[in-house]
Ligand binder design. Structure first.
Ligand SMILES: C[S@@+](CC[C@H](N)C(=O)[O-])C[C@H]1O[C@@H](n2cnc3c(N)ncnc32)[C@H](O)[C@@H]1O
Length: 389
């Protein structure tokens, strides 16, 4: 069975998600505007949900067609093979996203799609009444430039919901973006990792999950777990594989610090809930001005205040200047700082090796990268991969 699957993600993270899919053995990933398309059977569907760290959701795409009128939308929807996926008792709430199209009314688009799916299933199951008492198949119509793609949400709640992050600090970073920052840093478990503005601990915990090969989906449920098309076996196999992959031995060198004791209390709760306590992840209270680090060849990944959501702009700029002075004392470290501030570099005053545009929710941001030298072991070509820095 070959399914057309789509992993959606924040704009700018398509390459990260494609790389994650490649690492899962999925070779045909094709990225476009916040979506990564790939083919696969139930096994790939389950593994993508279980393992993707930077994607928002995994969708099963049923088809796409022109939809400049309600009649086209209705007929195009009805013609798709709904009964191959939805059993007779399926529940199927419909949601819609409309952009640059002649049809603009979301409720009208949702109603039309719903009615067309109902008619399709009624004809196929030879019934005038659909109970909608069974498993849920969330349908989403993506109507863009008068073409409609219809997708089923296989994930249910967003993939950022790993299960450990239950308490919200101000301006938390989504788990998916935190994981993406760590993946973009090419940090590896044998080097120290530090986040000096750690808030509720998302970057340190996501880093630990990556290093310990802890599948982000191991502690949660997915919509498609009750879908007959996917079947129990594929989910059981994905969970077994994830459980086996988890490294229960290695101790890491991860430090999260923050000036606010209240957010650190949340970080510690999240660490406990992640099941990674005692694995070398530490949180401590520390003002960035007092930050000191003797270790070498570490990686600093952080998301300081931007000045638009938490502090006044001026205070944020002072923090960037202080962070710049901290980084000047870390010549062997690689540094990754996400900020939306347009003049970050001017206040930070370190030479930026690379910049990457990313979105933190709706906020356009830049990931500023200061690449340090590779650790001596890598310099000698032990693993031959100089990108690991
Ligand atoms: C954008 S939030 C980080 C959110 C975090 N990534 C999370 O997932 O919860 C910025 C953090 O910087 C901290 N902060 C502000 N001023 C600081 C300072 N002078 N030294 C250290 N941390 C500071 C705040 O307490 C806040 O938790």
């Amino acid at each position: 069975m070959s399914l057309h699957l789509v992993a959606t993600c924040a704009l700018g993270l398509e390459a990260v998600v494609s790389r994650e899919l490649t690492n899962l053995g999925i070779s045909d990933a094709r990225a476009e505007n916040g979506q990564v398309h790939f083919q696969g059977g139930p096994e790939e569907l389950c593994r993508a949900n279980m393992w993707l760290r930077a994607a928002d959701r995994v969708w099963l795409r049923l088809g796409e067609f022109p939809a400049a009128t309600f009649e086209e939308l209705f007929q195009g929807t009805k013609a798709l093979p709904w009964a191959e996926v939805l059993p007779r008792e399926a529940r199927f709430p419909v949601d819609a996203h409309v952009h640059a199209s002649l049809l603009t009314s979301l409720p009208a688009v949702q109603r039309t799609v719903k009615k067309a799916v109902v008619e399709c299933l009624q004809q196929r199951y030879q019934t005038a009444w659909l109970e909608e008492t069974g498993p849920t198949f969330p349908i989403r119509a993506f109507l863009v430039r008068d073409r409609c793609a219809l997708m089923l949400d296989t994930s249910g709640s967003g993939l950022h919901r790993r299960g450990y992050h239950t308490m919200n600090a101000p301006a938390p970073l989504r788990e998916t973006l935190a994981a993406a920052l760590v993946l973009l840093s090419y940090w590896r478990a044998d080097r120290p990792l530090v986040d000096p503005f750690c808030g509720s601990g998302t970057i340190p915990i996501e880093a630990a999950m990556i290093a310990l090969r802890r599948a982000p989906g191991l502690q949660r449920a997915f919509a498609a777990e009750s879908w007959p098309l996917v079947g129990r076996k594929a989910w059981q196999e994905a969970r077994r594989e994830a459980d086996e992959a988890f490294d229960r031995e290695t101790t890491l060198q991860i430090l999260g610090s923050d000036v606010d004791p209240e957010v650190l209390a949340l970080a510690r709760i999240h660490l406990r809930q992640s099941g990674l306590e005692g694995r070398g992840i530490h949180f401590q209270r520390q003002d960035i001005a007092d930050f000191h680090e003797d270790r070498e060849y570490g990686v600093l990944v952080t998301n300081p205040p931007y000045g638009e959501r938490m502090l006044e702009r001026r205070q944020a700029e002072d923090l960037y200047a202080t962070l710049g002075r901290v980084v000047a004392d870390l010549p062997t470290w690689s540094v990754y700082v996400l900020s939306s501030h347009p003049d970050f570099a001017r206040h930070f005053r370190r030479s930026i090796s690379r910049r990457r545009k990313l979105y933190n929710g709706m906020i356009p941001c830049t990931l500023h990268q200061v690449l340090g030298p590779p650790p001596p072991r890598e310099k000698m070509g032990v693993d031959g991969n100089h990108e690991n820095r």
